[in-house]
Design a protein around this ligand. Structure first.
Ligand code: 5AD
Ligand code: SF4
Length: 466
């Protein structure tokens, strides 16, 4: 369905007499949530609100929540508790504050109940399928003081043409597929986000072409499982695959770097590897979620590959794609994970030499298969394993960085360095932050940069002398 701006204008009308209205948005969780937040920003700005980083100044606060791990819930309740007095005060002063909660957490019955009973002053709670109703619900809150705490408003339908506010700069992300069919046994996502639905290529390509026109140079294609893109197409589009989409994105003038996250190792085809090797625009850092290095645990996780299959895939990619590096996601302390199983994870980490690891302690999620598994691991063991993984990772980052010294990388110069006003920064093709001397004219350009120093969490580089 196509999004229609309607209630946004009515809200503008309601706020006409008021002073300038500000919104504050707090995004938890993954890149897909960040992407949804850009759409919420678009919708809210259509209502006439202006973005603020200062929550105190805000007239509308939106929490875009994540349900992947448990600890985020406590964080949300803490923030809601803090807002109670502000809400009461704002009403008295005649410039009322509206509080809205969207995203994955709102799909969990326990969270919904808790909000209803403990935080009745929240104005709008909407699930992940209901973005198109958001403006209407805010309108009802302002006009009629009507609170909305709905669970589900429609099925998982793709909504196109939602106004989007992209981050400033040269990099943008575009969702290509929603939902997930994999049902990894620890993961709540398939229950919350539903089955895989691919956006039509024409809608994706239109968005990317518009971004290119605005000067964006780097695009990240997003989805829970990007390489199953197109599997749900029927009729004319049947057979159109992720590789076909990459080929079409490649044709868009102005896009110079293409990234994607996350692929599933089981769907990483030879055709995809071949195409990456041929297309230098595709980032040389590939995110390949491992989750565990133990074949036994992988089986328990329902990941559908073994330790050996994962390592073979990495080898195959390394053989074909020159200078490739890998990032990954790892969970420690999955139910039944023995010391030996954990050592298998460390073994894979050592063999692949990941450049970046997003590591997590296993967190029980209600309704998943792993929730009911025996041998849940003690928290102290999970933490101890996480620390050991972290120590290995830190040592590896250092070694990986040292190996980069003297090499020349293509670096998109993104702007002034955050930590040093006199310097500029960017990222290598394999996603390492590089700090260097440059000029304002270099910003937004892709330059050849020689790495001269390893500072552990970033590299120092210099423009290659010709
Ligand atoms: N506990 C810990 N980590 C999890 N992830 C997903 N579900 C859980 C869970 N229940 C991690 C996986 C996934 C990443 C986005 O979050 O590593 O790839
Ligand atoms: Fe969750 Fe697995 Fe789907 Fe990723 S692939 S979203 S971990 S079920």
């Amino acid at each position: 369905m196509r999004y229609k701006i309607n209630f946004e204008n009515k809200i503008k009308e309601l706020n006409k007499e008021k002073s300038k209205q500000y919104y504050y948005i707090d995004t938890m969780g993954c890149a897909l949530n960040e992407n949804d937040s850009m759409k919420y920003k678009g919708i809210i700005e259509e209502m006439g609100y202006v973005c603020t980083e200062d929550i105190e100044k805000a007239n509308l606060i939106l929490f875009n929540t994540c349900a992947i791990r448990e600890n985020a819930e406590e964080k949300l309740y803490g923030r809601l508790g803090q807002l109670k007095n502000k809400k009461i005060k704002s009403k008295k002063e005649g410039n009322e504050l509206y509080i809205c909660i969207v995203g994955c957490m709102t799909e969990q019955k326990s969270v919904l109940e808790k909000i209803k009973t403990s935080y009745p002053y929240v104005d709008v709670v909407l699930g992940t399928k209901s973005m198109q109703y958001f403006a209407e619900k805010v309108y009802l809150a302002i006009k009629e003081n009507k609170k909305t705490k709905e669970e589900q408003l429609n099925e998982h339908e793709i909504v196109e043409d939602v106004p989007i506010v992209y981050d400033k700069g040269y990099k943008a992300s575009v969702s290509i597929i929603y939902g997930c069919n994999n049902f990894c046994s620890y993961c709540i996502v398939p229950y919350i986000r539903g089955r895989e639905r691919s956006r039509l290529p024409e809608d994706i390509l239109k968005d990317i072409a518009e971004l290119a026109k605005k000067g964006y140079k780097e695009i990240t294609l997003l989805g829970q499982n990007v390489n199953s893109y197109g599997n749900d197409f029927k009729g004319e589009l049947s057979g159109y695959s992720f590789v076909d989409l990459l080929k079409d994105v490649d044709k868009i003038e102005g896009i110079e770097i293409i990234k994607f996250a996350s692929p599933h190792p089981k769907d990483f085809t030879d055709e995809l590897i071949e195409y990456i090797s041929e297309n230098k625009k595709i980032s040389r850092q590939i995110h390949l979620p491992l989750q565990s290095g133990s074949t036994y645990i992988l089986n328990q996780m329902n990941r559908k590959y073994t330790k050996e299959q994962y390592l073979n895939l990495v080898e195959k990619i390394k053989e074909k794609v020159k200078d490739v590096s890998f990032s990954t996601d790892i969970i420690v302390g999955f139910p039944g994970e023995s010391e030996e199983n954990f050592l298998d994870t460390l073994d894979v980490v050592k063999k692949v030499k990941f450049d970046m690891i997003y590591m997590f302690c296993y967190s029980v999620r209600k309704g998943t298969r792993a929730e009911k598994m025996e041998n849940q691991i003690e928290e102290s063991i999970k933490v101890e394993r996480l620390e050991r993984l972290k120590a290995l990772y830190e040592k590896m980052v250092d070694d990986n960085n040292n190996a980069k010294i003297g090499k020349v990388y293509k670096v998109l110069i993104e702007g002034k360095s955050k930590n040093n006003e006199d310097k500029y920064s960017g990222r290598t093709e394999d996603n390492k932050v590089v700090v260097l001397d440059a000029n304002p004219e270099d910003v937004g350009k892709i330059l050849n940069i020689k790495i001269i120093k390893n500072n552990k969490w970033y590299l120092t580089g210099e423009k290659e002398k010709i």
